[in-house]
Design a protein around this ligand. Sequence first.
Ligand code: BYC
Length: 312
Amino acid sequence: MDETAQIENFERRIAAGESIEPKDWMPERFRKQLTRMISQHAHSEIVGMLPEGAWITRAPTLRRKITLLAKVQDEGGHGLYLYCAAETLGADRSELIDQLLAGKAKYSSIFNYPTLSWADIGVIGWFVDGAAIVNQTMLAKASYGPYSRAMIRICKEENFHKKQGFEIVATLAAGTPAQHAMVQDAVNRWWWPSLMMFGPHDADSPNSAELKRWGIKRRSNDELRQRFVDMTVPQAQAVNLTLPDPELRYNAATDQWHFGEINWEEFHRVINGDGPCNKERLQARRDAHENGRWVREAAEAYAAKQQRMQAA
Ligand code: BYC
């Protein structure tokens, strides 16, 4: 088959809802886009362990501590599934990690904000995992098999993460006036960065058209952001918290919540390395990588020894 026929065949399979698997023919551009997106997603999971990890030692009860520990470990596991999915496209995991450590790879903007109080842990579960579920439930239907299968497993765990977060929020919101104020403050700080997680407006999203054409993204950035807002506003009302947007109002004609404009200047600053915690996050990953060097070297030496013994 010549390349035009291969592309036609590939697009026909996608249109028929078939899953593309690692050994199937795929356009180089499809491979490149997926490697970009999956590796950014993997980095986000790993860097995403840091803001919440900072509260493991300060969790208010043993039960909260065990739950948070499990959640942060889950994020590490998600990163590993996703690096494996990127490897099925021919990417080299150590190169991907080097790109992250060199500050050349993107990861989700949300993880460049600080966790200032215990209430932030609840709000991250509610907003950040909530936004991730909206996005990843769509990606669970992506046309690339290893990515969509990773998403199905990840979404199951994210649902538990969201519930634990909302339970913390509901408890604090129904607590003392000081606890209510603490959780309201966390909501005020995390709301807008959570909306930024969905990426730029559709008209300003250079990758969306290609990703949609090849069935990787089935919904646009703006559609998913709207879905998240519509889902979250009633949840905030149910626990007597307000969202920090004076323009927020229900539109009966569309049955949707209208919301104000995101600060895109802040978004671009954060994704280009100048958010409140970008430097701290990268330094923490570099330190972890360096501190783990002896483990990698020991594992490699052990594997080499096993190979020598088998060959002898
Ligand atoms: N942050 O053309 P666009 C989690 C970049 S972790 C940073 O719309 P695309 C969790 C974008 O990459 C959840 N960068 O891009 C973990 C592109 O840059 P390049 C993370 C962003 O790919 C721990 C440029 O802007 N989820 O759940 O069509 C604890 C133009 O954008 C962001 C994923 O990674 C951003 N927010 O759409 C708790 C999901 N937005 O590469 C929870 C997978 C945009 O051209 N990824 N950019 O230089 C996606 O769904 C899509 O890649 C995005 C962006 C919606 C993020």
